[in-house]
Each structure stands twice: as structure tokens, then as C-alpha cells.
Design a protein around this ligand. Structure first.
Ligand code: PMV
Length: 327
């Protein structure tokens, strides 16, 4: 079969509902794919060079596949790093030079919403179609996780699993065991994010230092986070709104106690509750990034209240993972 002239695929971002940080210590977590996507378009280039543009970030550059180098045209330093995920994805799929890659994203970068995993998963899927290679979803998820590990040094499989398969997952105590939760109905979540970015690696390290310094204080906190996630799993399945909200609030208190909240995040968390959310908490690594608010009601009030000083939007769970877009 001839390679198609161009391929467009997309993959969703994610949000962690319960269990961030504790998951690093083998505790369970619950996370969901969201209906905010990254789109990757691949076209042939006649000059045998490989060029990538991430339109919303104003970042672009030429990739040198042989020497594994990136020659940046432009872009702010912190945002450029997204091209490394594209470079590694090309190398992992043994792709040859001669491609124009255009990336569009409705996921804010560095907000803990899994933008890098979505870019990686969609790029690998686009490349597999373009190169006529059949990859199963499990193979895409595995390759994408390897790319994340190579670029970041450490990464849980949560982001790449959700970008590939979609849905809601329960990552059990055994970190390799991922159970897809059968939650078909909408989970009413609002995301609030600050333009201040958190650094996942540094935050995980700061928690590790506290666990070492105060094990008898920190271990019970991590155990409580584990119990919260287990209760939340049942509450989500039963759609017990009050309980989900309450568990989010307890979880937030614990995340604050281990030092991963910030003034901006805290302001969003409490504003959301004041405007009618049943619960709210930091989502992801913290230190900047995002909060989630559980809002079976008062959606507009919560969004407009947070929008006065930061950014907020409603999300739906995406049951669809990576997919090919119509041409
Ligand atoms: O902010 P994110 O999406 O990178 O989430 C990090 C979640 C942690 O539990 C803090 C780390 C991890 O690898 O699970």
C-alpha cells in the first residue's frame, strides 16, 4: 500500500482525579482522559528535511534524526521542550527524514493535563499510519511511555495510557495494573489553571525528602490518600456527588500538607467551593498547574468566578483515546 499524502490524528489530555503523589509510593490513583485534544498532521516534504511546528506555542524547528538534535527556529525556551517528544517518537518508530509535522493543541501546556503524552501518542499513531506499520493500542501506549521516560527520566504510565485508550482508569497498588472503570456518564469537572507552571520532577523530589525526614508523619498521610482513592472509586461508580466532593476536599488538605499547593492554587480551590463546587483540589503534581472542581451544579458561576483571576473551563471525560481524524 502507498503511504497516504497526509495523516491527521488526535489524542486526549488527562486529569488526575485522586491519588497524585501517593501513586509514586505504590498507592492507587484515579485519572480520566478529557475532551481536550492534541492534533498531529504529518505530510511529506520533498527536501528530505524534517520540520515541526507547534502552532499555539509559536514553537518550531528542524529535527536531525541521525544525530538526535533539534535546530530550533524560534520559541520560548520552556515550551521548546515539546519538540523532544516528537524527535524521540520519530526515532522510536524508525521514521525516515522528509516530513512536515504540524501540531495543534487545545490543552494548555505545563498545566498537568498531559499535553506531552498526548503529543507523543498522536505523533506515534500518525507515523504508524504514514509508514504503513500496524501498531495495536497497547503497543502505541508502550512506545509513548518509553518516549516519556527517555525525555523526562521518570514518568508514570497514567498519561500515555489515557491518551491512547481514553476513559477513566484506576491504577491499582501494583503500578503496572491499570483497570478501566466503567463510568459512562459525565463526571462534572471544571479545570482551573494558572499560567505558573509546576515542575513535576522537583515536586516529587520535595515530597520524597519529606518522607525521608518525617516518615512517621508522611506515611500516614500517604495511607490516608490511599483510603481516599479507594472510597472515591466506589463513590464515582455510585455517582455519590456529596461524597466525591467531600473526598476531594480531604485530599486537597493532604496535598497542601505535603507542600504541593501554592497561593494561586489555593485561591482557585477555595473560590470554586465558594461559587458552588461540591469539592475541589489540586490535580497532578501541583506547584502551579491546575485544580479540579467537582460541580454537578453551578458550573457557570464557578467558571466565571475563577476566570476573574485565572483561567477555567469545563471538561467532559473522553471515552475515545487516540484516533485518526478525517482528512
Ligand atoms: O502534573 P502531572 O500530570 O505531571 O502529574 C504528576 C503526578 C505525580 O503523581 C505527582 C507523579 C507521577 O508520575 O505520577
Amino acid at each position: 500500500m502507498l503511504s497516504p499524502k497526509h495523516v491527521i490524528t488526535s489524542a486526549p489530555g488527562k486529569t488526575i482525579l485522586f491519588g497524585e503523589h501517593a501513586v509514586v509510593y505504590g498507592k492507587p490513583a484515579i485519572a480520566a482522559a478529557v475532551d481536550k485534544r492534541v492534533y498531529v498532521k504529518i505530510e511529506k516534504r520533498e527536501d528530505k528535511k524534517t520540520h515541526v511546528t507547534v502552532e499555539e506555542l509559536g514553537v518550531s524547528g528542524f529535527l536531525n534524526l541521525k544525530e538526535e538534535l533539534i535546530d530550533y527556529n524560534n520559541g520560548e525556551y520552556k515550551k521548546k521542550n515539546i519538540l523532544e517528544y516528537v524527535l524521540k517518537s520519530l526515532i522510536k518508530t524508525n521514521t525516515n527524514d522528509g516530513l512536515e509535522i504540524t501540531i495543534n493543541m487545545d490543552i494548555p501546556i505545563g498545566a498537568g493535563l498531559g499535553s506531552s503524552a498526548a503529543v507523543t501518542v498522536a505523533t506515534i499513531f500518525s507515523l504508524s499510519i504514514y509508514n504503513n506499520i500496524n501498531l495495536t493500542k497497547n503497543e502505541i501506549a508502550k512506545l509513548a511511555h518509553q518516549v516519556e521516560l527517555e525525555v523526562q527520566g521518570a514518568a508514570s504510565p497514567i498519561d500515555t495510557t489515557l491518551s491512547t485508550h481514553g476513559g477513566v482508569i484506576y491504577l491499582s497498588n501494583n503500578a503496572n495494573k491499570i483497570i478501566k472503570l466503567d463510568i459512562n456518564t459525565e463526571i462534572p469537572i471544571i479545570i482551573g489553571y494558572t499560567s505558573k507552571r509546576g515542575n513535576t520532577g522537583k515536586l516529587v523530589e520535595s515530597v520524597r525528602l519529606k518522607v525521608e525526614k518525617y516518615p512517621e508523619i508522611m506515611n500516614p498521610i500517604l495511607n490516608s490518600m490511599e483510603s481516599i482513592t479507594k472510597h472515591a472509586c466506589k463513590a464515582l461508580i455510585n455517582r455519590d456527588h456529596e461524597k466525591i466532593g467531600e473526598l476531594m476536599n480531604i485530599n486537597y488538605g493532604l496535598l497542601d500538607s505535603i507542600g504541593v499547593s501554592t497561593e494561586e492554587l489555593s485561591k482557585m480551590v477555595y473560590s470554586a467551593r465558594k461559587a458552588g463546587a461540591l469539592g475541589s483540589k489540586v490535580t497532578g503534581a501541583g506547584g502551579g498547574g491546575s485544580i479540579i472542581a467537582y460541580c454537578p451544579e453551578h458550573v457557570d458561576e464557578v467558571i466565571s468566578f475563577i476566570n476573574k483571576f485565572e483561567n477555567a473551563f469545563k471538561i467532559n471525560i473522553s471515552n475515545e483515546g487516540v484516533r485518526q481524524e478525517s482528512k
